[in-house]
Structure formats: C-alpha cells, structure tokens
Design a binder for this molecule. Structure first.
Ligand code: NAP
Length: 305
C-alpha cells in the first residue's frame, strides 16, 4: 500500500514539530512509546509528510494556500498554523482573525477542492467558563477573548466533513509554555504565584500528536475534544512541577485572577476543562496529565542545560 500523504501547516510550532517527527518515525522527546489511541504503532513508511512552516506558507494568502495544497495532492492536511499569542491578539485583532478565521477557511476550501481531508485544531478558549461541568462537544461556544473568537470563527469556516479537534493548555518539550516558565523557576529555586481560579486540561504535545495520527488514519469528521485525562488549575500545575523538582509546598502560592499584576489583556474562562468522553468511547484516552507532565519534565531537563 502506498504511504498516506500528509501536509502539516504550522510545522515549526510545538505540536507541529512533534507531529512531523512522529509521522516520519523519529523519536519525539517526551513521548509515551507504548501509547497509540487506536493501538496501532506508526508503521515504517506508513506516511510521507510535507512540513510547512510559517516561512513556507502564510495561511492568510488564499491563493498560495490553494496552489500549495493542489500541488502537494495530500490525502490529509493537519492544520496547526495559528496566531496563538492570546494577550497580544486583543491589540492585533485583524491579524489574529486573518490567521485563525480566514486562514482556516482557506485550508478547508483548498482541501475540498483537492479532495483532501482536513484536520483543524481549535481551542478550549471558545468557551466562557460559566459551565458547572467539563465541556462536551455539543456545548455552545461563547468565547471571551479575541483569540477565542478567532478560533471559533475558524471552526465555523470548516465543512461538516472536516475533522475539528479542540484541545487545551498545550505543552511540548520543545515549545515555550507555562510549564517551561515554572520549571525554570523551580530549577533556580525561585518561588512562583499562580492562579487557582482557572481550571482546564493539560495536553502534552507528544500525546496530542498520537491522537492526530489516529485521526489521520480514521478521518472521522466532526468535532472532537482531545486532552490528557484529569483537570487542574495553574496553581496545581505549579505545585506539581515544584514537587517534581523536590521543592516543598512553599514554592507555589495560590492567587486569584483578580490579583494578577499587571492584569492580562485577554479575559480567560474560569473553567474550560474539556470532557473527552466522545473520544474515549471510540479510542483509548490520552494518559493522565500527571504522567504526561512527568514525561515532559524528564525530557526537558535532559536537553536543557
Ligand atoms: N498552545 C496552546 O496552549 C493551545 C491550546 C489550545 C489550542 N491550541 C491550538 O493548537 C494548534 C497548535 O498550537 P501550538 O501550541 O503548536 O502553537 P505554536 O507553537 O504557536 O505554533 C503555531 C505555528 O503557527 C505559525 N503561524 C503563525 N501565523 C501563521 C501564518 N499566518 N501562516 C502560517 N503559519 C503561521 C507560527 O509561526 P511563527 O511562530 O513563525 O509565527 C507557529 O509556528 C493551534 O491551532 C492552536 O490554536 C494551542
């Protein structure tokens, strides 16, 4: 059988790098080698991958997107390119909308024209946090930030036959996320203050890449929530990381969002934890966040002097 042809946009980002390496059969730092949601390890020569970084393709350019997808003739496109600076987006509305809303529309149109399946990645920030339970796919979005609005508009530019994955609090060994900030402070023995009134679900990039491999194979269409198991607050993450480095509870102090100084530009949902029940009814759920962050920290400390 010929390899599945996959195009990845945003290939230079934290999820993109892990996914491209995984599809190419290269070891991804921090991956769980024994885990694959559909229980089929990535086969040798199962995929050929075209990795498109921001330099290779600007998703705001409709014609460039159409020409690139047509010429590469992929079976599947995994669309990871995004404007992800949540606070900056509040003052850079036009760019954020152009990348996340229009860009996703360009990819959906180009895939439809080329006969490729689109997998687009979205966010928990489409929700406002007013729920009394974790969010399921059928809950109505009500984004509070420019970033959240732009991603929701991007979802709406997708066709029903496209697959849309909502994920949250993504952390990759090779990225730059909250966990890296906490780990650097922990290593230096400097205490941290983190909010205890924003609840969500962590998603380790290597684990998300495993889920994306399953979706590339299965191409189910529709909306799917994907995250590591269990929910937590940012303060609970800081405490976990401190404990990982052998520090006591004094390392992390819990504060409220109202106490943040300066206040963040973008409002965040007080809870945006994703219910992944739909995924788990079909495939194995991603490992617990504690296990994922443990792997991430092990791999990060090994490569970070
Ligand atoms: N990070 C999170 O916590 C989180 C949470 C929920 C959902 N997500 C979603 O998950 C997906 C992957 O996120 P990530 O964490 O891998 O983000 P990331 O590390 O910020 O990567 C995004 C990539 O998109 C590129 N990009 C930005 N503007 C572009 C444009 N106009 N055309 C083409 N590429 C462009 C960026 O390149 P430059 O850096 O060169 O601009 C970057 O390499 C995104 O859809 C994101 O919205 C992320």
């Amino acid at each position: 059988m010929r390899p599945t042809r996959v195009v990845v946009t945003g290939a230079g980002g934290q999820v993109g790098r892990d996914l491209v390496d995984m599809l190419a059969g290269t070891v991804v730092p921090g991956q769980d080698t024994g885990f694959q949601p559909d229980a089929r390890p990535v086969g040798r020569d199962e995929f050929t991958v075209v990795a498109l970084t921001h330099q290779d393709l600007d998703v705001r350019d409709r014609d460039q997107v159409a020409a690139t997808i047509a010429s590469r003739a992929p079976d599947v496109v995994v669309h990871l390119a995004a404007y992800t600076a949540v606070d900056r987006a509040e003052r850079d509305v036009a760019t954020c909308l152009a990348v996340n809303a229009d860009g996703t529309g360009h990819l959906s149109d180009a895939c439809a024209a080329a006969g490729a399946h689109l997998i687009a990645v979205s966010t928990d920030y489409v929700f406002d946090g007013q729920s009394t339970r974790a969010y399921v796919e059928t809950d109505a979005p009500h984004p509070r930030s420019v970033y959240g609005i732009s991603k929701w508009l991007g979802e709406r530019r997708c066709r029903p036959s496209d697959t849309v994955v909502r994920t949250s609090w993504v952390m990759g060994v090779r990225g730059r996320s909250v966990v890296h900030v906490i780990a650097q402070r922990a290593r230096a023995g400097q205490p941290v203050r983190f909010v205890d009134d924003q609840r969500g679900t962590v998603t380790v990039a290597a684990d998300l890449a495993r889920a994306l491999v399953t979706l590339i194979r299965e191409r189910p269409g529709g909306l799917w929530h994907v995250a590591n198991a269990g929910s937590l607050t940012w303060y609970e993450l800081a405490r976990f990381v401190g404990g990982w480095f052998g520090l006591d509870d004094g390392f992390a102090t819990a504060i409220t969002t109202a106490e943040l100084e300066p206040p963040p530009l973008a409002p965040r949902p007080t809870r945006s934890d994703l219910d992944t029940g739909r995924w788990q009814a079909r495939w194995a759920g991603l490992p617990p966040w504690t296990e994922g962050v443990d792997r991430l920290l092990g791999a990060w400390t090994a490569v970070t002097p």
